[in-house]
Design a binder for this molecule. Structure first.
Ligand code: GLU
Length: 619
Protein backbone atom coordinates (compact mmCIF):
# COMPACT_ATOMS: atom_id res chain seq x y z
CA UNK A 1 0.00 0.00 0.00
CA UNK A 2 2.72 2.42 1.07
CA UNK A 3 4.74 1.62 -2.05
CA UNK A 4 1.92 2.80 -4.28
CA UNK A 5 2.16 6.28 -2.77
CA UNK A 6 5.50 7.82 -3.75
CA UNK A 7 6.50 11.42 -3.00
CA UNK A 8 5.70 14.41 -5.22
CA UNK A 9 3.32 14.23 -8.15
CA UNK A 10 3.68 12.83 -11.67
CA UNK A 11 4.57 15.21 -14.51
CA UNK A 12 1.25 14.42 -16.17
CA UNK A 13 -0.56 16.29 -13.40
CA UNK A 14 1.16 19.52 -14.38
CA UNK A 15 0.25 19.03 -18.03
CA UNK A 16 -3.40 18.52 -17.07
CA UNK A 17 -3.12 21.52 -14.70
CA UNK A 18 -1.89 23.80 -17.52
CA UNK A 19 -4.30 22.45 -20.13
CA UNK A 20 -7.27 22.95 -17.80
CA UNK A 21 -6.00 26.34 -16.66
CA UNK A 22 -6.07 27.67 -20.24
CA UNK A 23 -9.41 26.04 -20.98
CA UNK A 24 -10.97 27.60 -17.86
CA UNK A 25 -9.31 30.90 -18.82
CA UNK A 26 -11.23 30.66 -22.08
CA UNK A 27 -14.50 29.61 -20.41
CA UNK A 28 -14.50 32.20 -17.64
CA UNK A 29 -13.08 34.93 -19.88
CA UNK A 30 -16.01 34.61 -22.24
CA UNK A 31 -18.47 34.14 -19.36
CA UNK A 32 -17.38 37.39 -17.70
CA UNK A 33 -18.36 39.33 -20.82
CA UNK A 34 -21.32 37.30 -21.95
CA UNK A 35 -24.26 39.03 -20.23
CA UNK A 36 -22.74 42.46 -20.81
CA UNK A 37 -22.49 41.57 -24.49
CA UNK A 38 -26.10 40.35 -24.60
CA UNK A 39 -27.39 43.54 -23.01
CA UNK A 40 -25.15 46.17 -24.56
CA UNK A 41 -24.43 44.79 -28.02
CA UNK A 42 -27.34 42.51 -28.83
CA UNK A 43 -29.73 44.73 -26.86
CA UNK A 44 -31.52 42.05 -24.84
CA UNK A 45 -33.24 43.11 -21.64
CA UNK A 46 -31.79 41.95 -18.33
CA UNK A 47 -34.34 39.24 -17.77
CA UNK A 48 -33.85 37.59 -21.17
CA UNK A 49 -30.08 37.97 -20.91
CA UNK A 50 -30.13 36.24 -17.50
CA UNK A 51 -32.25 33.46 -18.99
CA UNK A 52 -29.83 32.88 -21.87
CA UNK A 53 -26.90 33.01 -19.46
CA UNK A 54 -28.56 30.49 -17.11
CA UNK A 55 -29.37 28.11 -19.94
CA UNK A 56 -25.85 28.34 -21.32
CA UNK A 57 -24.13 27.72 -17.98
CA UNK A 58 -26.34 24.77 -17.19
CA UNK A 59 -26.06 23.23 -20.67
CA UNK A 60 -22.28 23.26 -20.54
CA UNK A 61 -22.58 20.98 -17.53
CA UNK A 62 -25.22 18.79 -19.14
CA UNK A 63 -23.20 17.74 -22.18
CA UNK A 64 -20.37 16.07 -20.18
CA UNK A 65 -22.74 13.12 -20.07
CA UNK A 66 -22.29 12.88 -23.85
CA UNK A 67 -18.54 13.52 -23.82
CA UNK A 68 -18.11 10.99 -21.04
CA UNK A 69 -19.98 8.36 -23.01
CA UNK A 70 -17.85 8.95 -26.09
CA UNK A 71 -14.60 8.68 -24.15
CA UNK A 72 -15.59 5.46 -22.41
CA UNK A 73 -16.95 3.77 -25.50
CA UNK A 74 -15.54 5.22 -28.70
CA UNK A 75 -12.71 7.71 -28.58
CA UNK A 76 -10.83 7.47 -25.32
CA UNK A 77 -10.09 10.52 -23.16
CA UNK A 78 -7.28 12.04 -25.22
CA UNK A 79 -9.18 12.25 -28.48
CA UNK A 80 -12.31 13.50 -26.69
CA UNK A 81 -10.29 16.27 -25.05
CA UNK A 82 -8.78 17.24 -28.39
CA UNK A 83 -12.16 17.30 -30.15
CA UNK A 84 -13.74 19.23 -27.27
CA UNK A 85 -10.89 21.75 -27.18
CA UNK A 86 -11.04 22.38 -30.94
CA UNK A 87 -14.83 22.74 -30.76
CA UNK A 88 -14.53 25.31 -27.99
CA UNK A 89 -11.89 27.28 -29.92
CA UNK A 90 -14.28 27.31 -32.90
CA UNK A 91 -17.10 28.36 -30.58
CA UNK A 92 -15.10 31.30 -29.26
CA UNK A 93 -14.19 32.26 -32.82
CA UNK A 94 -17.91 32.39 -33.67
CA UNK A 95 -18.45 34.58 -30.62
CA UNK A 96 -15.74 36.85 -32.03
CA UNK A 97 -17.56 36.95 -35.40
CA UNK A 98 -20.87 37.58 -33.67
CA UNK A 99 -19.44 40.46 -31.66
CA UNK A 100 -17.74 41.84 -34.78
CA UNK A 101 -21.06 42.00 -36.60
CA UNK A 102 -23.17 43.00 -33.60
CA UNK A 103 -24.85 45.89 -35.43
CA UNK A 104 -26.51 43.42 -37.80
CA UNK A 105 -28.68 41.93 -35.08
CA UNK A 106 -30.06 38.82 -36.80
CA UNK A 107 -26.71 37.76 -38.26
CA UNK A 108 -24.98 38.36 -34.92
CA UNK A 109 -27.64 36.32 -33.14
CA UNK A 110 -27.25 33.34 -35.44
CA UNK A 111 -23.46 33.47 -35.19
CA UNK A 112 -23.77 33.59 -31.41
CA UNK A 113 -26.08 30.57 -31.35
CA UNK A 114 -23.64 28.60 -33.50
CA UNK A 115 -20.82 29.70 -31.19
CA UNK A 116 -22.69 28.69 -28.04
CA UNK A 117 -23.56 25.32 -29.54
CA UNK A 118 -19.87 24.63 -30.21
CA UNK A 119 -18.98 25.79 -26.70
CA UNK A 120 -21.66 23.67 -25.04
CA UNK A 121 -20.74 20.47 -26.88
CA UNK A 122 -17.02 21.21 -26.77
CA UNK A 123 -17.13 21.53 -22.99
CA UNK A 124 -19.01 18.25 -22.85
CA UNK A 125 -16.13 16.47 -24.56
CA UNK A 126 -13.41 18.28 -22.67
CA UNK A 127 -14.44 18.72 -19.04
CA UNK A 128 -15.31 15.21 -17.80
CA UNK A 129 -12.42 13.66 -19.68
CA UNK A 130 -9.64 15.86 -18.45
CA UNK A 131 -11.03 15.41 -14.93
CA UNK A 132 -10.96 11.62 -15.34
CA UNK A 133 -7.37 11.58 -16.57
CA UNK A 134 -6.06 13.19 -13.37
CA UNK A 135 -6.93 10.15 -11.28
CA UNK A 136 -5.69 7.71 -13.91
CA UNK A 137 -2.15 8.99 -13.48
CA UNK A 138 -2.08 7.23 -10.10
CA UNK A 139 -2.29 3.66 -8.95
CA UNK A 140 -5.74 2.70 -7.67
CA UNK A 141 -4.60 2.63 -4.05
CA UNK A 142 -2.55 5.80 -4.24
CA UNK A 143 -3.33 8.13 -1.35
CA UNK A 144 -2.25 11.25 -3.23
CA UNK A 145 -5.39 11.39 -5.36
CA UNK A 146 -7.32 13.93 -3.27
CA UNK A 147 -4.23 16.12 -3.08
CA UNK A 148 -3.74 15.76 -6.84
CA UNK A 149 -7.29 16.87 -7.59
CA UNK A 150 -6.85 19.79 -5.22
CA UNK A 151 -3.76 20.93 -7.16
CA UNK A 152 -5.67 20.45 -10.43
CA UNK A 153 -8.46 22.57 -8.96
CA UNK A 154 -5.94 25.30 -8.37
CA UNK A 155 -5.25 25.29 -12.13
CA UNK A 156 -8.98 25.70 -12.77
CA UNK A 157 -9.11 28.73 -10.56
CA UNK A 158 -5.88 30.30 -11.71
CA UNK A 159 -7.49 30.38 -15.16
CA UNK A 160 -10.76 31.60 -13.70
CA UNK A 161 -8.97 34.41 -11.90
CA UNK A 162 -6.84 35.85 -14.69
CA UNK A 163 -9.46 35.45 -17.42
CA UNK A 164 -11.87 38.20 -16.37
CA UNK A 165 -8.92 40.53 -15.80
CA UNK A 166 -7.44 40.07 -19.28
CA UNK A 167 -10.51 39.28 -21.40
CA UNK A 168 -12.53 41.77 -19.35
CA UNK A 169 -9.91 44.49 -19.84
CA UNK A 170 -9.88 43.96 -23.60
CA UNK A 171 -13.60 43.41 -24.09
CA UNK A 172 -15.26 45.80 -21.63
CA UNK A 173 -14.36 49.30 -22.82
CA UNK A 174 -16.12 52.59 -22.14
CA UNK A 175 -16.24 55.90 -23.97
CA UNK A 176 -15.41 59.20 -22.27
CA UNK A 177 -19.03 59.59 -21.14
CA UNK A 178 -18.91 56.23 -19.41
CA UNK A 179 -21.01 54.35 -21.97
CA UNK A 180 -19.97 50.82 -22.79
CA UNK A 181 -18.51 50.37 -26.28
CA UNK A 182 -20.31 47.45 -27.97
CA UNK A 183 -17.58 47.18 -30.58
CA UNK A 184 -14.97 46.06 -28.03
CA UNK A 185 -16.48 42.76 -26.90
CA UNK A 186 -14.99 40.97 -29.88
CA UNK A 187 -11.45 41.43 -28.51
CA UNK A 188 -12.41 39.73 -25.26
CA UNK A 189 -13.88 36.79 -27.15
CA UNK A 190 -10.85 36.56 -29.41
CA UNK A 191 -8.67 36.47 -26.31
CA UNK A 192 -10.78 33.58 -24.96
CA UNK A 193 -10.31 31.82 -28.31
CA UNK A 194 -6.54 32.23 -28.10
CA UNK A 195 -6.57 30.81 -24.56
CA UNK A 196 -8.37 27.73 -25.84
CA UNK A 197 -5.89 27.28 -28.69
CA UNK A 198 -2.99 27.49 -26.21
CA UNK A 199 -4.71 24.82 -24.12
CA UNK A 200 -5.06 22.42 -27.08
CA UNK A 201 -1.50 22.98 -28.32
CA UNK A 202 -0.02 22.45 -24.84
CA UNK A 203 -1.96 19.23 -24.44
CA UNK A 204 -1.11 17.86 -27.88
CA UNK A 205 2.59 18.66 -27.56
CA UNK A 206 3.17 16.95 -24.24
CA UNK A 207 0.51 14.26 -23.95
CA UNK A 208 2.56 11.38 -25.37
CA UNK A 209 5.44 12.05 -23.00
CA UNK A 210 3.74 12.48 -19.66
CA UNK A 211 0.26 10.94 -19.69
CA UNK A 212 1.25 7.56 -18.33
CA UNK A 213 0.40 5.30 -15.39
CA UNK A 214 3.06 4.76 -12.71
CA UNK A 215 4.08 1.67 -14.73
CA UNK A 216 4.62 3.81 -17.82
CA UNK A 217 1.50 2.63 -19.70
CA UNK A 218 -0.10 5.43 -21.76
CA UNK A 219 -3.49 6.58 -20.47
CA UNK A 220 -6.50 7.99 -22.29
CA UNK A 221 -5.44 6.51 -25.63
CA UNK A 222 -8.09 3.86 -25.96
CA UNK A 223 -11.73 3.91 -24.82
CA UNK A 224 -11.98 3.25 -21.09
CA UNK A 225 -14.20 0.29 -21.81
CA UNK A 226 -11.29 -1.54 -23.37
CA UNK A 227 -9.16 -0.80 -20.32
CA UNK A 228 -10.93 -3.15 -17.93
CA UNK A 229 -8.61 -3.83 -15.04
CA UNK A 230 -7.96 -7.41 -14.10
CA UNK A 231 -9.90 -6.76 -10.92
CA UNK A 232 -12.92 -5.50 -12.83
CA UNK A 233 -12.81 -8.45 -15.19
CA UNK A 234 -12.86 -10.78 -12.21
CA UNK A 235 -15.74 -8.95 -10.55
CA UNK A 236 -18.05 -8.56 -13.53
CA UNK A 237 -20.83 -11.11 -13.55
CA UNK A 238 -20.01 -13.83 -16.06
CA UNK A 239 -21.95 -13.69 -19.30
CA UNK A 240 -23.75 -10.39 -18.46
CA UNK A 241 -23.03 -7.97 -21.23
CA UNK A 242 -23.43 -4.26 -20.77
CA UNK A 243 -26.73 -3.00 -22.09
CA UNK A 244 -25.92 0.61 -21.36
CA UNK A 245 -24.50 1.23 -24.82
CA UNK A 246 -27.82 0.92 -26.53
CA UNK A 247 -29.83 2.88 -23.98
CA UNK A 248 -27.29 5.57 -23.35
CA UNK A 249 -26.60 5.84 -27.08
CA UNK A 250 -30.27 6.41 -27.83
CA UNK A 251 -30.60 8.89 -24.99
CA UNK A 252 -27.51 10.79 -25.99
CA UNK A 253 -28.88 10.99 -29.52
CA UNK A 254 -32.13 12.34 -28.17
CA UNK A 255 -30.40 14.95 -26.04
CA UNK A 256 -28.43 16.16 -29.05
CA UNK A 257 -31.55 16.38 -31.20
CA UNK A 258 -33.60 18.13 -28.55
CA UNK A 259 -30.85 20.67 -27.88
CA UNK A 260 -30.35 21.33 -31.56
CA UNK A 261 -34.08 21.83 -31.97
CA UNK A 262 -34.05 24.37 -29.14
CA UNK A 263 -31.30 26.35 -30.76
CA UNK A 264 -33.03 26.36 -34.11
CA UNK A 265 -36.17 27.52 -32.30
CA UNK A 266 -34.27 30.36 -30.77
CA UNK A 267 -32.78 31.44 -34.07
CA UNK A 268 -36.10 31.24 -35.88
CA UNK A 269 -38.07 33.26 -33.43
CA UNK A 270 -36.39 35.43 -30.86
CA UNK A 271 -39.52 35.84 -28.78
CA UNK A 272 -39.28 32.13 -28.05
CA UNK A 273 -36.13 32.58 -25.96
CA UNK A 274 -37.91 32.57 -22.59
CA UNK A 275 -39.90 29.47 -23.55
CA UNK A 276 -36.72 27.78 -24.71
CA UNK A 277 -35.11 28.54 -21.35
CA UNK A 278 -38.00 26.89 -19.53
CA UNK A 279 -37.76 23.80 -21.74
CA UNK A 280 -34.04 23.59 -21.06
CA UNK A 281 -34.66 23.59 -17.30
CA UNK A 282 -37.21 20.80 -17.68
CA UNK A 283 -34.86 18.80 -19.92
CA UNK A 284 -31.99 19.13 -17.43
CA UNK A 285 -34.06 17.79 -14.57
CA UNK A 286 -35.47 14.94 -16.68
CA UNK A 287 -32.01 13.91 -17.91
CA UNK A 288 -30.52 14.19 -14.40
CA UNK A 289 -32.92 11.48 -13.29
CA UNK A 290 -33.12 9.23 -16.35
CA UNK A 291 -29.43 8.84 -17.26
CA UNK A 292 -28.27 7.80 -13.78
CA UNK A 293 -31.15 5.30 -13.73
CA UNK A 294 -30.07 3.80 -17.04
CA UNK A 295 -26.48 3.44 -15.88
CA UNK A 296 -27.29 1.79 -12.56
CA UNK A 297 -29.58 -0.78 -14.21
CA UNK A 298 -26.80 -1.88 -16.51
CA UNK A 299 -26.62 -5.67 -16.39
CA UNK A 300 -22.84 -5.84 -16.56
CA UNK A 301 -22.51 -4.24 -13.12
CA UNK A 302 -21.89 -6.45 -10.13
CA UNK A 303 -23.10 -5.73 -6.60
CA UNK A 304 -19.99 -3.95 -5.39
CA UNK A 305 -19.85 -1.73 -8.45
CA UNK A 306 -23.51 -0.88 -8.07
CA UNK A 307 -23.04 0.08 -4.43
CA UNK A 308 -20.10 2.30 -5.31
CA UNK A 309 -22.10 3.99 -8.06
CA UNK A 310 -24.93 4.59 -5.58
CA UNK A 311 -22.45 6.46 -3.40
CA UNK A 312 -21.63 8.75 -6.34
CA UNK A 313 -25.35 9.38 -6.91
CA UNK A 314 -26.16 10.06 -3.27
CA UNK A 315 -23.27 12.47 -2.81
CA UNK A 316 -24.03 14.12 -6.18
CA UNK A 317 -27.57 14.73 -4.94
CA UNK A 318 -26.33 16.62 -1.88
CA UNK A 319 -23.85 18.49 -4.02
CA UNK A 320 -26.80 20.06 -5.88
CA UNK A 321 -27.60 21.99 -2.70
CA UNK A 322 -23.97 23.01 -2.36
CA UNK A 323 -23.70 24.57 -5.83
CA UNK A 324 -27.23 26.01 -5.73
CA UNK A 325 -26.26 27.99 -2.63
CA UNK A 326 -22.66 28.62 -3.75
CA UNK A 327 -23.65 29.91 -7.19
CA UNK A 328 -25.63 32.74 -5.62
CA UNK A 329 -22.27 34.41 -6.23
CA UNK A 330 -23.29 35.28 -9.76
CA UNK A 331 -26.84 36.24 -8.79
CA UNK A 332 -28.23 37.38 -5.44
CA UNK A 333 -24.79 37.91 -3.88
CA UNK A 334 -23.86 40.17 -6.79
CA UNK A 335 -27.06 42.18 -6.20
CA UNK A 336 -26.05 42.35 -2.56
CA UNK A 337 -22.56 43.52 -3.53
CA UNK A 338 -24.00 46.19 -5.81
CA UNK A 339 -26.79 47.46 -3.60
CA UNK A 340 -25.93 46.80 0.00
CA UNK A 341 -22.19 46.59 0.33
CA UNK A 342 -20.00 49.59 0.91
CA UNK A 343 -17.36 49.01 -1.76
CA UNK A 344 -15.33 52.18 -1.21
CA UNK A 345 -11.74 51.39 -0.33
CA UNK A 346 -9.44 54.38 0.23
CA UNK A 347 -11.46 56.53 -2.14
CA UNK A 348 -11.73 53.83 -4.81
CA UNK A 349 -15.16 52.38 -5.49
CA UNK A 350 -14.69 48.71 -6.34
CA UNK A 351 -16.97 47.33 -9.08
CA UNK A 352 -19.48 44.79 -7.72
CA UNK A 353 -18.44 42.23 -10.36
CA UNK A 354 -14.94 42.06 -8.83
CA UNK A 355 -16.33 40.05 -5.95
CA UNK A 356 -16.56 37.17 -8.41
CA UNK A 357 -12.77 36.97 -8.46
CA UNK A 358 -12.47 36.67 -4.67
CA UNK A 359 -13.33 32.98 -4.77
CA UNK A 360 -10.68 32.17 -7.38
CA UNK A 361 -8.01 34.11 -5.47
CA UNK A 362 -8.85 32.36 -2.22
CA UNK A 363 -8.70 28.99 -4.00
CA UNK A 364 -5.24 29.68 -5.33
CA UNK A 365 -4.09 30.70 -1.83
CA UNK A 366 -5.81 27.93 0.10
CA UNK A 367 -5.54 24.95 -2.27
CA UNK A 368 -1.86 24.21 -1.54
CA UNK A 369 -2.53 24.36 2.21
CA UNK A 370 -5.49 21.99 1.97
CA UNK A 371 -3.55 19.71 -0.33
CA UNK A 372 -0.77 19.52 2.30
CA UNK A 373 -3.39 18.89 4.98
CA UNK A 374 -4.70 15.82 3.14
CA UNK A 375 -1.23 14.45 2.51
CA UNK A 376 -0.25 14.92 6.19
CA UNK A 377 -3.45 13.35 7.48
CA UNK A 378 -3.06 10.46 5.04
CA UNK A 379 0.40 9.76 6.39
CA UNK A 380 -0.99 9.51 9.90
CA UNK A 381 -3.86 7.39 8.59
CA UNK A 382 -6.26 10.03 9.83
CA UNK A 383 -7.59 11.35 6.55
CA UNK A 384 -11.40 11.40 6.61
CA UNK A 385 -13.24 9.47 3.88
CA UNK A 386 -14.66 11.49 0.97
CA UNK A 387 -18.31 11.72 2.15
CA UNK A 388 -17.17 13.21 5.48
CA UNK A 389 -15.03 15.78 3.69
CA UNK A 390 -17.98 16.72 1.52
CA UNK A 391 -20.29 17.00 4.49
CA UNK A 392 -17.72 19.41 5.96
CA UNK A 393 -17.81 21.31 2.68
CA UNK A 394 -21.56 21.77 3.02
CA UNK A 395 -21.12 22.80 6.63
CA UNK A 396 -18.66 25.54 5.65
CA UNK A 397 -21.15 26.77 3.09
CA UNK A 398 -23.81 27.06 5.78
CA UNK A 399 -21.32 28.82 8.09
CA UNK A 400 -20.57 31.38 5.37
CA UNK A 401 -24.25 32.27 5.28
CA UNK A 402 -24.46 32.37 9.09
CA UNK A 403 -21.58 34.88 8.98
CA UNK A 404 -23.29 37.18 6.51
CA UNK A 405 -26.64 36.80 8.28
CA UNK A 406 -24.96 38.25 11.39
CA UNK A 407 -23.72 41.15 9.27
CA UNK A 408 -27.16 42.06 7.95
CA UNK A 409 -29.04 41.56 11.20
CA UNK A 410 -31.35 44.54 11.65
CA UNK A 411 -30.06 46.22 8.48
CA UNK A 412 -32.81 47.80 6.40
CA UNK A 413 -32.94 47.24 2.64
CA UNK A 414 -31.02 49.99 0.91
CA UNK A 415 -28.53 50.47 3.76
CA UNK A 416 -24.95 49.43 3.07
CA UNK A 417 -22.86 47.17 5.23
CA UNK A 418 -19.09 46.71 5.51
CA UNK A 419 -17.18 44.83 2.82
CA UNK A 420 -15.99 42.45 5.54
CA UNK A 421 -19.21 40.47 5.51
CA UNK A 422 -19.17 39.50 1.85
CA UNK A 423 -15.41 38.95 1.87
CA UNK A 424 -15.72 36.69 4.91
CA UNK A 425 -18.53 34.75 3.27
CA UNK A 426 -16.44 34.15 0.15
CA UNK A 427 -13.49 33.04 2.23
CA UNK A 428 -15.52 30.51 4.22
CA UNK A 429 -17.27 29.30 1.06
CA UNK A 430 -13.93 28.73 -0.64
CA UNK A 431 -12.76 26.51 2.20
CA UNK A 432 -16.03 24.59 1.78
CA UNK A 433 -15.51 24.33 -1.97
CA UNK A 434 -12.05 22.85 -1.48
CA UNK A 435 -13.46 20.25 0.91
CA UNK A 436 -16.14 19.31 -1.57
CA UNK A 437 -15.42 19.92 -5.23
CA UNK A 438 -11.95 18.48 -5.92
CA UNK A 439 -12.69 15.71 -3.44
CA UNK A 440 -15.82 14.91 -5.42
CA UNK A 441 -13.83 14.62 -8.67
CA UNK A 442 -11.38 12.36 -6.91
CA UNK A 443 -14.15 10.29 -5.35
CA UNK A 444 -15.86 9.70 -8.69
CA UNK A 445 -12.55 8.62 -10.11
CA UNK A 446 -11.97 6.15 -7.28
CA UNK A 447 -15.48 4.71 -7.22
CA UNK A 448 -16.39 4.47 -10.89
CA UNK A 449 -15.65 1.18 -12.66
CA UNK A 450 -13.02 2.04 -15.28
CA UNK A 451 -15.37 1.29 -18.18
CA UNK A 452 -17.78 3.96 -16.87
CA UNK A 453 -15.12 6.38 -15.61
CA UNK A 454 -15.94 9.35 -17.82
CA UNK A 455 -19.67 8.74 -18.11
CA UNK A 456 -19.99 8.86 -14.32
CA UNK A 457 -17.88 12.01 -14.28
CA UNK A 458 -20.58 13.33 -16.62
CA UNK A 459 -23.21 12.33 -14.05
CA UNK A 460 -21.23 14.21 -11.40
CA UNK A 461 -21.39 17.36 -13.54
CA UNK A 462 -25.13 16.84 -14.05
CA UNK A 463 -25.51 17.93 -10.43
CA UNK A 464 -23.80 21.22 -11.34
CA UNK A 465 -26.19 21.62 -14.29
CA UNK A 466 -29.23 21.06 -12.08
CA UNK A 467 -27.76 23.24 -9.33
CA UNK A 468 -27.15 26.20 -11.63
CA UNK A 469 -30.77 26.08 -12.63
CA UNK A 470 -31.94 25.79 -9.03
CA UNK A 471 -29.62 28.66 -8.04
CA UNK A 472 -31.47 31.03 -10.35
CA UNK A 473 -34.77 30.01 -8.81
CA UNK A 474 -33.49 30.52 -5.26
CA UNK A 475 -32.02 33.89 -6.16
CA UNK A 476 -35.51 35.11 -7.05
CA UNK A 477 -36.28 35.11 -3.30
CA UNK A 478 -33.82 37.96 -2.81
CA UNK A 479 -35.76 40.65 -0.94
CA UNK A 480 -36.10 43.28 -3.62
CA UNK A 481 -38.05 46.51 -3.26
CA UNK A 482 -41.38 45.98 -5.00
CA UNK A 483 -43.64 49.01 -5.26
CA UNK A 484 -47.24 48.90 -6.38
CA UNK A 485 -48.44 51.16 -9.17
CA UNK A 486 -50.35 53.33 -6.67
CA UNK A 487 -47.29 53.74 -4.48
CA UNK A 488 -45.19 54.82 -7.43
CA UNK A 489 -47.82 57.29 -8.56
CA UNK A 490 -48.03 58.70 -5.03
CA UNK A 491 -44.27 59.13 -4.98
CA UNK A 492 -44.34 60.74 -8.39
CA UNK A 493 -47.05 63.21 -7.45
CA UNK A 494 -45.30 64.22 -4.30
CA UNK A 495 -41.99 64.91 -6.00
CA UNK A 496 -43.20 66.55 -9.17
CA UNK A 497 -44.70 69.35 -7.11
CA UNK A 498 -41.21 70.77 -6.67
CA UNK A 499 -39.14 70.56 -9.83
CA UNK A 500 -35.94 71.72 -8.11
CA UNK A 501 -36.03 68.98 -5.57
CA UNK A 502 -36.98 66.42 -8.14
CA UNK A 503 -33.86 66.72 -10.21
CA UNK A 504 -31.54 66.68 -7.26
CA UNK A 505 -33.18 63.83 -5.53
CA UNK A 506 -32.94 61.57 -8.51
CA UNK A 507 -29.42 62.56 -9.30
CA UNK A 508 -28.27 61.88 -5.77
CA UNK A 509 -30.05 58.64 -5.44
CA UNK A 510 -28.19 57.41 -8.46
CA UNK A 511 -24.95 57.99 -6.65
CA UNK A 512 -26.19 56.56 -3.40
CA UNK A 513 -27.41 53.27 -4.82
CA UNK A 514 -26.29 52.06 -8.21
CA UNK A 515 -29.37 49.86 -8.37
CA UNK A 516 -31.74 52.43 -9.63
CA UNK A 517 -34.24 49.97 -11.07
CA UNK A 518 -37.38 49.09 -9.16
CA UNK A 519 -39.96 46.47 -9.79
CA UNK A 520 -43.45 47.91 -10.01
CA UNK A 521 -46.81 46.36 -10.57
CA UNK A 522 -48.75 48.10 -13.33
CA UNK A 523 -52.49 48.74 -13.38
CA UNK A 524 -53.19 45.23 -14.61
CA UNK A 525 -51.12 43.77 -11.79
CA UNK A 526 -48.30 42.78 -14.15
CA UNK A 527 -44.80 43.22 -12.68
CA UNK A 528 -42.53 45.47 -14.72
CA UNK A 529 -39.04 46.84 -14.14
CA UNK A 530 -38.75 50.59 -14.27
CA UNK A 531 -35.76 52.82 -13.86
CA UNK A 532 -36.36 54.94 -10.81
CA UNK A 533 -35.21 58.00 -12.66
CA UNK A 534 -36.98 57.21 -15.89
CA UNK A 535 -40.48 56.87 -14.53
CA UNK A 536 -41.02 60.44 -13.80
CA UNK A 537 -38.24 62.95 -13.86
CA UNK A 538 -36.25 62.67 -17.05
CA UNK A 539 -37.93 65.52 -18.90
CA UNK A 540 -37.28 67.90 -16.00
CA UNK A 541 -33.54 67.60 -16.02
CA UNK A 542 -32.72 70.43 -18.40
CA UNK A 543 -34.94 72.99 -16.68
CA UNK A 544 -33.54 72.58 -13.21
CA UNK A 545 -30.01 71.51 -13.78
CA UNK A 546 -28.14 74.59 -12.58
CA UNK A 547 -30.47 75.91 -9.96
CA UNK A 548 -29.44 74.09 -6.84
CA UNK A 549 -26.73 74.26 -4.27
CA UNK A 550 -24.95 71.46 -2.50
CA UNK A 551 -26.86 71.85 0.74
CA UNK A 552 -30.18 71.18 -0.92
CA UNK A 553 -28.67 68.20 -2.69
CA UNK A 554 -27.63 66.61 0.57
CA UNK A 555 -30.87 67.35 2.38
CA UNK A 556 -32.93 65.91 -0.43
CA UNK A 557 -30.70 62.90 -0.88
CA UNK A 558 -31.45 62.03 2.71
CA UNK A 559 -35.17 62.34 2.14
CA UNK A 560 -35.19 60.07 -0.86
CA UNK A 561 -33.00 57.55 0.87
CA UNK A 562 -35.51 57.37 3.69
CA UNK A 563 -38.35 57.08 1.21
CA UNK A 564 -36.66 54.20 -0.53
CA UNK A 565 -36.14 52.40 2.73
CA UNK A 566 -39.73 52.97 3.73
CA UNK A 567 -41.03 51.54 0.48
CA UNK A 568 -38.57 48.70 0.51
CA UNK A 569 -39.69 47.83 4.03
CA UNK A 570 -43.27 47.71 2.87
CA UNK A 571 -42.24 45.55 -0.02
CA UNK A 572 -40.40 42.97 2.01
CA UNK A 573 -43.26 42.78 4.40
CA UNK A 574 -45.16 41.23 1.52
CA UNK A 575 -43.50 37.97 2.49
CA UNK A 576 -42.30 35.31 0.13
CA UNK A 577 -41.81 31.80 1.43
CA UNK A 578 -40.00 28.66 0.32
CA UNK A 579 -40.67 25.19 1.76
CA UNK A 580 -42.36 26.84 4.70
CA UNK A 581 -39.44 29.22 5.38
CA UNK A 582 -40.62 32.84 5.39
CA UNK A 583 -38.32 35.31 3.68
CA UNK A 584 -39.02 38.77 5.02
CA UNK A 585 -35.62 40.41 4.91
CA UNK A 586 -31.98 39.81 4.02
CA UNK A 587 -31.32 37.92 7.22
CA UNK A 588 -34.10 35.41 6.56
CA UNK A 589 -33.01 35.18 2.92
CA UNK A 590 -29.49 34.17 3.95
CA UNK A 591 -30.84 31.79 6.57
CA UNK A 592 -32.64 29.93 3.79
CA UNK A 593 -29.21 28.83 2.59
CA UNK A 594 -28.08 28.00 6.10
CA UNK A 595 -31.02 25.61 6.35
CA UNK A 596 -30.45 24.12 2.90
CA UNK A 597 -26.68 23.65 3.19
CA UNK A 598 -26.63 22.97 6.94
CA UNK A 599 -29.48 20.46 6.66
CA UNK A 600 -27.73 18.69 3.78
CA UNK A 601 -24.46 18.65 5.77
CA UNK A 602 -26.12 17.00 8.77
CA UNK A 603 -27.89 14.36 6.67
CA UNK A 604 -24.71 13.64 4.73
CA UNK A 605 -22.74 13.29 8.00
CA UNK A 606 -25.30 10.83 9.27
CA UNK A 607 -25.24 8.88 6.01
CA UNK A 608 -21.45 8.91 5.71
CA UNK A 609 -20.95 5.79 7.80
CA UNK A 610 -23.17 3.77 5.45
CA UNK A 611 -21.69 5.42 2.39
CA UNK A 612 -18.20 4.44 3.51
CA UNK A 613 -19.41 0.85 3.84
CA UNK A 614 -20.93 1.01 0.36
CA UNK A 615 -17.61 2.22 -0.98
CA UNK A 616 -16.29 -1.26 -0.26
CA UNK A 617 -12.75 -0.45 0.72
CA UNK A 618 -12.30 2.71 -1.36
CA UNK A 619 -11.49 5.70 0.89
N1 GLU B 1 -15.36 26.06 -10.57
C1 GLU B 1 -15.45 24.72 -11.04
C2 GLU B 1 -15.03 24.63 -12.48
O1 GLU B 1 -15.20 25.54 -13.23
C3 GLU B 1 -16.83 24.20 -10.84
C4 GLU B 1 -17.02 22.82 -11.37
C5 GLU B 1 -18.16 22.07 -10.72
O2 GLU B 1 -19.24 22.64 -10.59
O3 GLU B 1 -17.99 20.93 -10.33
O4 GLU B 1 -14.50 23.65 -12.90
Amino acid sequence: MENSTPKGHPKGLYLLFTTEMWERFSYYGMRALFTLFLINALMFDKETASGIYGSYTSLVYLTPIIGGYFADNIWGNRKSIFVGGVMMAIGQLFMFFSASLYSNHSVALILMIVGLTFLIFGNGFFKPNISTLVGQLYAETDKRKDAAYTIFYMGINLGAFIAPLICGYLGERYDAAGNILPGAFKWGFLCACIGMIISVITFEMRKNKVLVTPEGEPIGKIPNKQRLSAEEMGEAPVGKKSNSNVYVGVLVGMVVLVLLRFFVFMAEDETMIDTVNNYISAAIFAISISIPFIIITDKSLNKIEKQRIWVIYIVAFFVIFFWAAFEQAGASLTFFAAEQTNRDILGFSMPASWFNSFNAVFIVILAPLISILWTKLAKKNMEPASPYKQAFGLLFLALGYVFIAIGVDGVEPGVKVSIIWLTGLYFIHTVGELFLSPIGLSMVNKLAPVRFASLLMGVWFLSTAAANNFAGFLSSFYPDPVLTGTEVRALEKEFTTDTHKVYLLVDEVKKATPADTVKVVDDKGKPVEVKFSDIKFDRLFAEVKDKNDEKTINANAKIIQEKKIEFAKKAVNKEKSFIGIKITDLKSFFWLFVYLAGGSAIILFLLSKFLVKMMNGVK
